[in-house]
Structures are given as C-alpha cells and as structure tokens.
Design a binder for this molecule. Structure first.
Ligand SMILES: *Cc1c(COP(=O)(O)O)cnc(C)c1O
Length: 450
C-alpha cells in the first residue's frame, strides 16, 4: 500500500467517527477509502474497483459523474454556491418547487426544503402538529406509526420509528406514538393472502383511530415498503386504505417516500401505484440523483392554508436551517427530474425490475439462503446456515463477511440484519443485475462453506 493511503487510513481510524459504526473494530478489515467513481463503479485510493450495488446508501439514481448532473452543478457553481432563502429566494429553488409540485400527487402543491430525509420527516411531524394547533386543536399531537418503522435518526424521526434498539437508548426523549403491526408481518401470517392481510391491518388502524383519533395528529407510513426494517413490502392496498380511513377519522396521512421515491418503486413515486393523495410527503435520498444533501416536505393546499394569517398572528411555520434550499443542490435536483422526463428510464424500469425479481427468486432454493424480499429495485437476500437453515448469530458478522467477499469480487454490497441488501442505481443494466446476483451467490456459497 502506498504511504499516503496508510496515513489516510490511520487518520480515518483516529479522528473520523463513522455513522452506525462500532469504532472499536473500525479499520480492522480494510474499509475502502473511495477516491472517485464513474458511472456505476466506485474506485478506492488503492485502485480497486467495485460496482455500487447499494447506490451509495440508496440515493444514487443515474450513476456517478453523470454528465448532465455534473454540468448542472457547475453551471450553478459559476453563479453562486449558497444564499439564504429567509427573506430572499433563488431560481433553482423556485423552479424545483414548481417541478416537484407538478410531478408528485396533485394535492401536494407546496414544497418546504431541508437537507436530509430525517429532517423532511421532522418537518412533516411539526407541520402536522402546528396544523392542528392553528385550527384550535392542540390536543391532536399523538402519532400513529408502524412497528419496525424507520424514518431517520433525529429525535423526532426516531419517536415515530419502530426500532426497539433506538427506543431502548433514546426512548426517554421520545414523544408519544402508537405502533400498529407491520403489514408485511400480517401478510406472512395470512400465508400471503394480500386482501386478508390488508383487511386485518385496516382493523387495527380503525380501532386505533376510533379510540385515539380525537388526539391523533397523523399516521406516518413509508411508501410501499419498510426499507430499513429489511425490505418488507406492504401487500397492495395498505396505502390507499390508510388514506381513506385517515380522511374519514380526521387524521392526517404522512407518506415517507425518502427511500421509495424517485423511481425506486418502479414509478416516480410509490403513491402513484394506488393513486394516494397524502396530506404530507417526505422526500430525500434520490432527490438530487445522489449528488448532494437535499430533502423536501410537500404539503397539501389544506395544510398550507392553515398557516396563512394576517402578519403578526404568529401562525407561520417556525422552522428553517442555514442551508435550507441550497442552490447547488436544487440545481442538481432539477436536472435529476429533467433526466427522468427526457429519457426512457421510467419506461424500461418495469422490465428491469421484473428480471431482477425473477432472478432473486432463484435464491429461495439455495441451501445458504431463503426467500428474498423485494420491492421495485430494492431487495434483501437472507443468509442462512446451510446446516441448520437458521440465520447466523448477530455477533458472528457473517453477512458482513459475505459483503467483504463480494467487494473483493467487484460488487459493493451492505448487510442489513440477517440479509444482504441490493439497491443498485436505477440506471443499472440487466447484465449488471446478473453480475451482482452471481457475485453475491458465490460470496454466500464460499462464506457458508467455511
Ligand atoms: C433513509 C431514510 C430516512 C432518513 O433519511 P436521511 O437522509 O438518512 O436522514 C427516512 N425515511 C426513510 C424511509 C428512509 O429510508
């Protein structure tokens, strides 16, 4: 290894505290330090190359160094990198707000920008609470959510999250939320009878709305799939059913499309599939094609109206950050949407997804795996001990070792619980999908033979 690389590695270990990382063993197993990327491939500082099969944590859409996104960024950079939107505005922000309001469900016409998915959720939560407050119903501040929900890592976002681990550590900081069963679990319990599972889930929702609806601000749901919980798709009908019941009981619906948005589901937004018109929607991850930190919370006309009042009545939304609606990020996000609109990406996506799912199902019969879970262009492939058929103990980090092997064979993957997740850029080719799955299969076979 060259000297520069070893110095960087040492400083990384000593000073750079990484997210979700046990720093006690960080660096022991040769983490890549990525120097650059091109298209679907990442390169580390030692010149090793791997296909980015996690889309740089589910956000890359059209590949890295896309000429149109690079150009949009450079054009904006030649104008200005950042100016505030408190008391001023700028063209990329205005044009992006307009473009998002046209491409998301029709009812969503007002766009509030932020930097990360968790913040977009946090903003939706605060908007929901203030919506009711402004209407003279401050008691409506309870949130309904799902078991195993994931909406990001800030205190507000973990309050509506459903990971027992987070609640154990930070629970004392959390506000009140009521958890409904995971639709996917009901779907499994109903032997994959979708309509039975949906109607059972709706019974849970209805009974919660009947007893708590009067003090409930909103129900928050991920768009079509519980992603971080392990790619657990909903049976069809959950989102549409939730929208209808919430409206009936006077409770807002927040759809978190941070992961499912920007084509991941096979449509531009998962809400389109069941023609759902949420009151609030959170967007992030793919919004800039994976280039820059940007997120957005979209609100319906009715929500927006509740914040309007003569100046001085203090009904406005009290929220904002230094870098809210950064112009560089907005310019890239605008071009990202333009690429969706001017290429056939969305037209060929369903075929690519079908191929992906068919190939994934072949893992069901392998001795070291079991039935994969998938939703659009995202999947989780379970790793199983071929001798027992069970998952490996958490502490053994077997899933992690599989990803290490895959990386050495040229495919960059990440473990998630007892599975390995695959979330490639949307522009991935069918050949690359086959390559990812073949490399993963070999890595699993080799690791479980040891
Ligand atoms: C990733 C994710 C978030 C959080 O987004 P960050 O940008 O990581 O804060 C929120 N909701 C869902 C559904 C996500 O997948």
């Amino acid at each position: 290894m060259n000297q520069e690389a070893s110095v960087l590695q040492e400083w990384d270990r000593r000073h750079f505290w990484h997210p979700f990382t046990q720093m006690a063993c960080w660096g022991d197993d040769d983490p890549w330090i990525i120097s650059h990327a091109e298209g679907h491939y990442l390169y580390d500082i030692r010149g090793r190359r791997a296909l980015d099969a996690i889309a740089s944590l589910w956000c890359n859409v059209h590949g890295h160094r896309h000429p149109r996104l690079d150009a949009a960024l450079q054009e904006q950079l030649a104008r200005v990198a950042h100016t505030t939107v408190l008391g001023a505005s700028h063209p990329p922000g205005i044009l992006l707000a307009r473009a998002l309001s046209r491409r998301t469900p029709e009812c969503l016409q007002h766009v509030f920008f932020s930097e990360d998915g968790a913040e977009a959720v946090e903003i939706a939560i605060k908007m929901a609470v203030q919506y009711w407050y402004n209407q003279g119903q401050p008691e409506k501040c309870l949130f309904l959510t799902l078991e195993d929900a994931y909406h990001g890592d800030t205190v507000g976002a973990t309050s509506v999250g459903g990971f027992p681990l987070f609640h154990g550590v930070y629970g004392r900081l959390h506000f009140a939320a009521k958890h409904l069963p995971s639709p996917w679990k009901l779907y499994q319990e109903a032997a994959e009878d979708g309509s039975a599972a949906v109607s059972r889930w709706m019974d849970f929702l209805e009974s919660a709305l009947r007893s708590e609806g009067h003090r409930c601000a909103a129900l928050i749901l991920e768009g079509g799939v519980q992603g971080a919980a392990g790619i657990l798709p909903y049976p069809p009908g959950i989102l549409a059913g939730a929208a209808e019941l919430c409206r009936h009981h006077g409770v807002l619906l927040i759809v978190d499309e941070v992961a499912s948005g920007f084509g991941r589901s096979g449509r531009l937004f998962a809400c389109e599939e069941e023609n759902v018109q949420p009151d609030l929607m959170a967007l992030g991850k793919g919004i800039t094609g994976g280039y820059l930190p940007l997120a957005a919370t979209l609100a319906s006309e009715e929500i927006f109206q509740a914040f309007l009042a003569p100046f001085g009545e203090a009904r406005q939304f009290y929220y904002g950050h230094t870098y809210t609606a950064n112009p560089l990020a907005c310019a890239v996000a605008l071009e990202n949407l333009a690429i969706f609109d001017s290429t056939e990406l969305l037209d060929i996506l369903p075929g690519k997804i079908r191929h992906f799912h068919e190939r994934l199902l072949q893992f069901s019969s392998l001795p070291f795996s079991s039935r994969p879970r998938f939703f659009g262009l995202m999947a989780a492939v379970p790793l199983r001990d071929p001798h027992t058929g069970a998952a490996y103990p958490y502490g053994e980090r077997k899933e992690y070792q599989v990803c290490r092997r895959a990386r050495d064979a040229g495919v960059y993957l990440r473990p998630l619980g007892d599975s390995i997740v695959i979330v490639p850029p949307l522009s991935v080719t069918v050949c690359e999908i086959d390559l990812i799955l073949e490399v993963l299969r070999s890595a699993m076979a080799e690791e479980t033979q040891r």
